[in-house]
Write a protein that binds this ligand. Structure first.
Ligand SMILES: Cc1cc2nc3c(=O)[nH]c(=O)nc-3n(C[C@H](O)[C@H](O)[C@H](O)COP(=O)(O)OP(=O)(O)OC[C@H]3O[C@@H](n4cnc5c(N)ncnc54)[C@H](O)[C@@H]3O)c2cc1C
Length: 447
C-alpha cells in the first residue's frame, strides 16, 4: 500500500508538493484553512504578484506545468530606478538580455499548482479545514472545519486525520511547526521582524488598457531607509509595495491623515502620485503587513512530520526568492526510507535556507539605498563586463541566485571569493599604476 501523506496548507508550496507526491503514487490529503482560491475567495492573502525565476520555473517544469503557469507572466528585464526628480535609470539584471525575472499573479499560480495536484486521482484537496494541532508520534492532524456555513454553529466541528506522515506547508505562522515547538525537546526556533512593514498600492492601467510605466521592468523608488517597488500585472496595472518603517518621526505610525499621506508621497514619489488616483483610499484601507525571517531546526520529527516552504524557513521578500526556495524544496530527490528522506532533505536545504535569509536582508539595503548611487551602477556594469569576459568563471551574485540553481550557500561563498579577488586585483592595479607613475616622474626629473 502506498504511504499516506497529510499535507497542511494548499498555498504555493502545498499545491506543488501535493502534485509531486501524487505523481509518485502516494495517497495525499491536502487540508487548507481557507476557501478554494479559484472561487475568488482569496482573503488576507499576501502580495498580489510575485517574481518567479529559474529555481521556481524549474520546479514547475519538472511537473509539466511551467508553460501554462507562465502564460500570463510578464518578463522583467531589469530594475527601473526612479529618483526623486523623476529621472529614470534602467539597469539590466544580466549581461544576457534574455535573462529576466517574471511577474506572476499569486492567485493564478496558486490555482495552477492546486489543479496540477488534482490531476492525480490519489490526491484530494479539502478547503475550509484549519489545522489546530498535530500529534507528532501518531502523525494525526487535528482540524477544525471552517467556512461561512460552519461559522454560525456554536462549536466548530473537529476532525482528526491520520497519515503515515504529516507535512506542514502552512506558511510562516505554521500550526504544524507550533506543535513541533511545543513537543520536541530543544526544537530551535527564531523569528526576527524588520522594523519595516509593507503596504500594497495600485497604479491602474491607462484608459486604453496599456501600462502607464515601462512594462518589462521591476520599478524601484529607492529612498535610503525605505523604498517603493512596482511589479506589472497582465491587465495593465502595477502592484506597488511601499516598504517603510512602522515607527518613527516619518513612518506608518505618524502618517494617518489625507494631508500627511499626500505630503509624504508628493515629497518622495512625485512621479508616481499622478499615476495613483486611488492612493489615499489604498493607503488607508489596505493592511500594513510585517516582514519576518523564521529559522527553525530540525524540520522533521522521525518519519512522522516534516516542514517545507515558509513553514520551515520564511525570508523577507527582497531577493524575490521565498516562493522560489519553497518550490525548490519540492524538487529535492529523496530515498524511500522516509526518516532518512526527511533527514537528507533537512541536511541539504537548511544551510541554503539560512544563506538565503541573510542574502534577502542584505538585498533590502541594496535595493532601498545602493541602487540609487552611481557607484552601484558602475559595479553592476563591471559585473556584466567580467561576466561577458570570463564566461562561466565570473558570475555576479544576483545572477547565481536568480538565474541558476547553484545552492544559495554556495552562491554566497563564491560571490565573497569573487569580491575578494576583484578587490585584490583592483588594489594591485592601483599600486602598479602608482609605482609606474613614480618611476616616470623620477626618470623625468633626472633628465
Ligand atoms: C510582500 C511579499 C512579497 C513577496 N514576493 C515574493 C517574490 O517576488 N518572489 C518569491 O519567490 N517570493 C516572494 N514572497 C515570499 C512568498 O510569498 C512565500 O515564500 C511563499 O508564499 C511561501 O509559500 P508557502 O506555500 O510555504 O506558504 P504560503 O504561500 O503562505 O501558504 C501557506 C498556506 O497554508 C495555509 N494555512 C496556514 N495555516 C493553516 C492552518 N493552520 N491550517 C490549514 N492551512 C493553513 C494558508 O492559508 C496558505 O494557503 C513574498 C512575500 C511577501 C510577504
Amino acid at each position: 500500500m502506498p504511504a499516506k501523506f497529510v499535507l497542511v496548507g494548499s498555498g504555493l508550496a502545498g499545491g506543488l508538493l501535493a502534485a509531486y507526491l501524487g505523481r509518485r503514487g502516494y495517497d495525499v490529503d491536502l487540508y487548507e484553512r481557507r476557501a478554494d482560491p479559484r472561487e475568488g475567495n482569496m482573503v488576507g492573502g499576501r502580495s498580489i504578484n510575485l517574481a518567479i525565476s529559474t529555481r521556481g520555473i524549474h520546479a514547475l517544469e519538472q511537473i509539466g506545468i511551467a508553460d501554462e503557469s507562465l502564460r500570463h507572466a510578464i518578463p522583467m528585464r531589469g530594475r527601473m530606478i526612479h529618483d526623486r526628480s523623476g529621472a529614470l535609470h534602467f539597469a539590466a539584471y544580466d549581461v544576457d538580455p534574455r535573462k529576466c525575472i517574471n511577474s506572476i499573479g499569486r492567485a493564478s499560480l496558486n490555482a495552477a499548482v492546486i489543479e496540477a495536484a488534482q490531476r492525480y486521482p490519489n490526491v484530494r484537496v479539502h478547503f475550509n479545514h484549519k489545522c489546530t494541532d498535530v500529534d507528532l508520534a501518531e502523525a494525526v492532524c487535528h482540524l477544525e472545519k471552517t467556512g461561512a456555513d460552519v461559522e454560525a454553529t456554536p462549536a466548530p466541528e473537529i476532525i482528526k486525520v491520520r497519515g503515515d506522515a504529516v507535512i506542514g506547508v502552512d506558511g510562516a505562522f505554521s500550526a504544524v511547526r507550533a506543535s513541533m515547538q511545543r513537543n520536541i525537546n530543544n526544537f530551535q526556533y527564531e523569528e526576527s521582524y524588520l522594523a519595516h512593514g509593507y503596504k500594497e498600492l495600485t497604479i491602474p492601467p491607462a484608459t486604453d488598457g496599456s501600462w502607464r510605466i515601462e512594462k518589462n521592468a521591476l520599478h524601484i523608488w529607492p529612498r535610503k531607509s525605505f523604498m517603493m517597488i512596482a511589479l506589472p500585472n497582465p491587465d495593465g496595472s502595477f502592484t506597488c509595495t511601499l516598504f517603510w518603517e512602522f515607527e518613527g518621526p516619518r513612518s506608518f505610525a505618524t502618517t494617518k491623515t489625507d494631508d500627511d499621506i499626500r505630503r509624504f508621497f508628493d515629497e518622495e514619489f512625485p512621479d508616481a502620485v499622478s499615476l495613483m488616483p486611488a492612493l489615499l483610499e489604498d493607503f488607508k484601507n489596505n493592511p500594513t503587513g510585517s516582514l519576518v525571517t523564521i529559522r527553525s531546526a530540525p524540520w522533521y520529527y522521525r518519519d512522522k512530520v516534516c516542514l517545507l516552504g515558509d513553514a520551515a524557513h520564511a525570508v523577507v521578500p527582497f531577493y524575490g526568492q521565498g516562493m522560489n526556495a519553497a518550490f525548490e524544496d519540492c524538487v529535492v530527490k529523496f530515498p524511500h526510507n522516509r526518516e532518512r528522506a526527511f533527514a537528507k532533505y533537512f541536511e541539504c536545504r537548511k544551510e541554503n535556507a539560512d544563506a538565503l535569509a541573510d542574502l534577502a536582508i542584505g538585498n533590502f539595503i541594496e535595493m532601498r539605498d545602493k541602487t540609487a548611487s552611481r557607484t552601484f551602477r558602475a559595479k553592476k556594469k563591471l559585473d556584466h563586463l567580467l561576466e561577458a569576459a570570463l564566461p562561466g568563471m565570473y558570475l555576479p551574485l544576483y545572477t547565481m541566485v536568480t538565474f541558476t540553481r547553484i545552492p544559495y550557500a554556495q552562491a554566497a561563498r563564491r560571490a565573497r571569493l569573487q569580491d575578494r579577488i576583484l578587490y585584490t586585483a583592483l588594489v594591485t592595479l592601483v599600486v602598479i599604476g602608482i609605482l609606474a607613475l613614480a618611476v616616470l616622474i623620477a626618470r623625468s626629473s633626472r633628465q
